[in-house]
Design a protein around this ligand. Structure first.
Ligand code: NOJ
Length: 562
């Protein structure tokens, strides 16, 4: 079978056994769609995606069956890091539109029952922010302590050995103060000193500014970097393979240290309490979803979400950076099922910082021309593993990673680590809306900020709308089925053992309701012994044949049984 078939009575029984989470808990196990503003849809015709472009395509997003969108930073910014370098936290970057456009987008989301999360960068700003200009000018001004300043070491060099995850020392020299300034990412992204109460109060007010407009919450950038060691101690060297969660390719120097003092430090937790109190000032409380990168995330995630005074949920990069072999997947599932709090984490298989999921995780299937099947299988996994999910734009089309030539690379992270790391330009290429249109329907401009890829035209939205077997149509079925089983949002996950070579399995359990999931990463079919006879397939991709307690699962197939 494939798609949504199965035993109607059984579906009814499961659906009605488990109520969906209470409305204030709508975020628990929710499905989000990440809109990367730059490359989603350009309504103004200037070559860059924009807010009106998102509003224009909201019916498409709604049709996927997600609960809400996460919108990447729309704030005023010199765009050194595509908006994660903010120069005014209360203004829209003019090429993205106006505050009216933002209000329209919020209203249009709510009209369709979609929630909207804004991306918020609390930990750093652009060096072109007026706060930084003032702070860098002198050691005595009102904002002297708004960023992280330190005297040089006795030899005149930086105060410690911290390095930026984007390459180079994490310190930049400021001659006007004769001091170093901490910058965990780009040179032009100085860290805000959130330990300073004025700075924290200001950032909490920034949160209120956007929440008052009616957004439903925030995706909080890089929560591992909200704080750092007060004594600025140097990090010890890392042992081999100690930093598997760090991106930037195999030779990123950032992997050479154990990040004891510059990432995920205890001082961050009290900051989370303040942030949560602001979200709780609203009725219903607004949602806080954190991005947790650079650290051993699955084990650490609960620290950021336990209780009712931290974040609601986090997502990490483990599924992206670690899923190289079936053994990695098994180990990872085991760790996740032991540590993650059901419903308080989100499964992310790619985003604007990572390669397209199917190329990254299933290269052999892509090489065999079976990318679309593998994409469906990964989507199944993303939708049925414990936790909510964030679908990055274009994943519902099963897009593969485009090849870019060196002269098309604009990502400063890639420039710093090239050629070991190809960077983030590929995944940020425009969404192909129409196979035959100029720029594949993304923009009317002659030269959009990034060229639409000809190799992705055959996967364009209009092509897939017309094909009942497309990844797009499958994604809609999958998410509709997921919505029909509220237990999938909150059920705990138990890893299944003793499976054939290419198969992983997990059981989702909520009360007496059990859902058995099997996923075949191999290209050929596998025979699986089920825990009992009589299980029925509720949803599948590829071929899944059940006979008594035997399941034959086709290559790149996946099935949920109950
Ligand atoms: C995480 C964001 O997702 C990424 O795009 C950005 O470059 C870094 N944070 C630094 O802000």
């Amino acid at each position: 079978m494939s798609g949504q078939e199965g035993d109607a009575d059984l579906v009814y029984a499961i659906t009605h056994l488990e109520a969906p989470p209470d409305p204030p808990e709508w975020w628990r196990g929710a499905a989000f769609y990440e809109v990367y503003l730059h490359s989603f849809n350009d309504a103004s015709g200037d070559g860059l995606g924009d807010l009106r472009g998102v509003t224009e395509r909201l019916d498409y997003i709604t049709s996927l069956g997600v609960d809400g969108i996460w919108l990447t930073p729309p704030y005023a910014s010199p765009q050194d890091d595509n908006g994660y370098d903010v120069s005014d936290f209360r203004a829209i970057h003019p090429p993205f539109g106006t505050m009216d456009d933002m209000n329209e987008l919020i209203a249009a989301c709510h009209d369709r029952g979609l929630r909207i999360l804004l991306d918020l960068v609390l930990g750093h700003s652009s060096d072109q922010h007026p706060w930084f200009e003032e702070s860098a000018a002198s050691r005595d001004g009102d904002k002297a302590d708004w960023y992280v300043w330190a005297d040089p070491a006795p030899d005149g060099g930086p105060p410690n050995n911290w390095i930026s995850s984007f390459g180079g020392r994490a310190w930049r020299w400021e001659p006007r103060r004769a001091q170093y300034c901490y910058r965990p990412f780009l040179r032009s992204q100085p860290a805000l000193n959130l330990a300073n109460q004025q700075v924290m109060a200001e950032m909490l007010d920034v949160m209120r500014f956007w929440l008052d407009l009616g957004i439903d919450g925030f995706r909080l950038d890089a929560i591992q970097c909200l704080s750092f060691d007060g004594a600025l101690r140097s990090n010890p060297p890392a042992r081999d393979a100690e930093n598997p969660s760090v991106g930037g390719g195999p030779n990123n120097p950032f992997k050479g240290q154990m990040h004891l003092f510059d990432r995920d430090v205890p001082e961050a937790i009290p900051l989370l309490h303040h942030i949560r109190r602001v979200a709780d000032e609203y009725d219903p409380p607004r949602a806080l979803i954190g991005e947790l990168a650079d650290v051993d995330s699955s084990r650490l995630a609960p620290k950021y979400t336990v209780g009712d005074d931290r974040l609601h949920a986090v997502y990490d990069f483990d599924l992206i950076n670690r899923g190289e072999t079936i053994w990695d997947w098994r180990r990872m599932l085991d760790i996740r099922s032991r540590y993650l709090v059901p419903g308080a984490s989100l499964n992310v298989f790619t985003n604007h910082d990572s390669p397209r999921a199917v190329s990254n995780l299933m290269p052999e299937a892509c090489a065999a021309g079976r990318g679309a099947e593998a994409a469906k299988m990964l989507l199944f996994l993303q939708a049925t593993l414990s936790g909510g999910m964030i679908l990055f734009q274009g994943e519902e089309l099963g897009l593969e990673q485009p090849n870019l030539s060196a002269d098309e690379i604009t990502d400063p992270w890639a420039k710093a680590l090239w050629p070991d790391f190809e960077g983030r330009d590929g995944v940020r290429c425009p969404i192909p809306w129409e196979e035959d249109a100029a720029s594949a329907g993304f923009s009317d401009a002659d030269t959009p900020w990034k060229r639409a890829r000809d190799g992705q035209r055959a996967m364009a939205v209009d092509v897939q709308e017309a094909d009942p077997a497309s990844v797009l149509r499958y994604t809609r079925d999958l998410l509709a089925w997921r919505r029909s089983l509220p237990m999938l949002r909150i059920a705990r996950e138990v890893t299944l053992q003793d499976l054939p070579g290419n198969v992983i399995g997990y059981r989702r359990e909520h009360g007496k309701t059990h859902l058995h999931c099997y996923v075949n990463f191999g290209l050929g079919s596998e025979k699986i012994t089920l825990p009992q006879a009589g299980l029925k397939a509720l949803f599948a991709t590829g071929t899944a044949t059940v006979d008594a307690d035997r399941l034959i699962l086709g290559g790149l197939g996946a099935v949920a049984l109950a």
